[in-house]
Design a protein around this ligand. Structure first.
Ligand SMILES: [Zn+2]
Length: 201
């Protein structure tokens, strides 16, 4: 019933040995589709680990190119990649670490007018962005689409993470009081401007 190759069984053997994962769990991982928003300090390690773990289809969206100052923490990008699109740099390393996965490199910004369309193909969304308007945008789009997601945030020596599953509190429930006024760039404006019927649960 499972059609893992010898290579895959060997590659994922440390997962498969775990009682709570097993071959069935690895099959679920292989069938999963995860979208990573941002190929920077958070998105870089997340993307590498998702690929290494064998998540079957991984989307990564980012509009930036690699800068020399990124390399000290964004470990998916190498010195030779300076000047090229982050998503292409990331895709190359993800396929190098695990050629069994499919990587969708989306060189774009997640915006109010494309967020729902982009996330609809994925089972889970990881927010690796560094600004509040996009965090609210990801939250709102995922809640509307009924998708679970996980936010990450770091500042200097502090970090926070927040995971939402449909039917439970969302990022807006917790941090709604911090809702930023629509501000430049306008392409990350509050998605509520488009879809005012937002209700989290
Ligand atoms: Zn909520």
């Amino acid at each position: 019933m499972f059609d893992f190759t010898e290579e895959e069984l060997n590659r994922y053997s440390r997962h498969i040995l775990l009682q709570d994962v097993g071959v069935e769990g690895q099959e679920k991982i292989r069938n999963a589709k995860v979208l990573v928003v941002g190929a920077g300090g958070l998105g870089a390690p997340v993307s590498l680990y998702l690929a290494a773990a064998g998540v079957g289809e991984i989307g990564i969206i980012d509009g930036d190119v690699v800068d020399l100052s990124n390399l000290q923490r964004q470990v998916i990008h190498f010195t030779k990649d300076v000047g090229i699109a982050k998503v292409l740099s990331a895709k190359e390393k993800m396929l190098a670490i695990n050629p069994n996965v499919k990587v969708n490199a989306i060189q774009d910004l997640l915006m109010a007018n494309n967020a729902l369309d982009i996330i609809k193909d994925y089972d889970f969304v990881v927010d690796g962005t560094d600004n509040f308007p996009v965090k609210f945008l990801i939250n709102d789009a995922c809640v509307m689409a009924g998708k679970p997601f996980s936010h990450g945030g770091i500042l200097r020596f502090e970090g926070q993470t927040f995971t939402h599953v449909p039917g439970s509190a969302c990022y807006r429930c917790v941090f709604g009081v911090l809702l930023p006024a629509p501000s430049p760039p306008s392409n990350v404006m509050n998605i509520l401007d488009l879809l005012p019927s937002f209700e989290c649960f």
